[in-house]
Design a binder for this molecule. Structure first.
Ligand SMILES: Cc1cc2nc3c(=O)[nH]c(=O)nc-3n(C[C@H](O)[C@H](O)[C@H](O)COP(=O)(O)O)c2cc1C
Length: 152
């Protein structure tokens, strides 16, 4: 069974709630999810993983959460090619840069030759209503890319 590393940072639970929805949907699609808080993950875990989904809330002025900083720097030393990856996050659109952490992580992945399997998912605070569906579609689309890349 294919394993997805789902690593996220969440301070007040909103990003974690998105992770819950994504994990549930990935499992429905027959994938095994290794879930972790990002501060428990090292670059060596990324090297071993075939597929990775990152989640992060945005802090400061469109910045990464502190929990993400070490891994973000460590990623400079690894090659992410051959890996299917995607990023989601929670933010608050009253700030100037909505969900800036999602964009920063995507840029890093691209800079390390990783494949962005599905476009970044940006959710306003905690997911409800239509946003719940968006989270499910994000996970379903990711599962389909993983299945296709496994078959090829
Ligand atoms: C000091 C501070 C700065 C923030 N800066 C931003 C920001 O620049 N852009 C944004 O979209 N959200 C910003 N937020 C909002 C959080 O990203 C948002 O509350 C998010 O839902 C928190 O996710 P969590 O519950 O997973 O910790 C900020 C929140 C705080 C407290």
């Amino acid at each position: 069974m294919k394993e997805i590393l789902l690593a996220y940072a969440s301070m007040s639970g909103n990003t974690e709630a998105i992770a819950d929805l994504i994990e549930e949907e990935l499992v429905k699609h027959g994938l095994h999810v290794k879930r972790a808080e990002v501060y428990d993950i090292a670059a060596s875990d990324l090297v071993l993983a075939e597929s990775i989904i990152f989640g992060a809330y945005t802090w400061g002025d469109g910045e990464l959460p502190d929990d993400f900083l070490d891994l973000y720097d460590e990623m400079d030393d690894i090659d992410l090619s051959q890996k299917q990856m995607a990023v989601f996050g929670s933010g608050d659109s009253s700030y100037d840069v909505f969900c800036g952490a999602v964009d920063l992580i995507e840029e890093k992945i691209k800079g390390r030759n990783g494949n962005i399997a599905v476009p970044g998912l940006k959710i306003e605070l905690s997911p409800f209503g239509e946003d719940v569906e968006k989270c499910k579609v994000f996970a379903k689309d990711f599962a389909e890319v993983v299945a296709k890349s496994a078959a090829s």
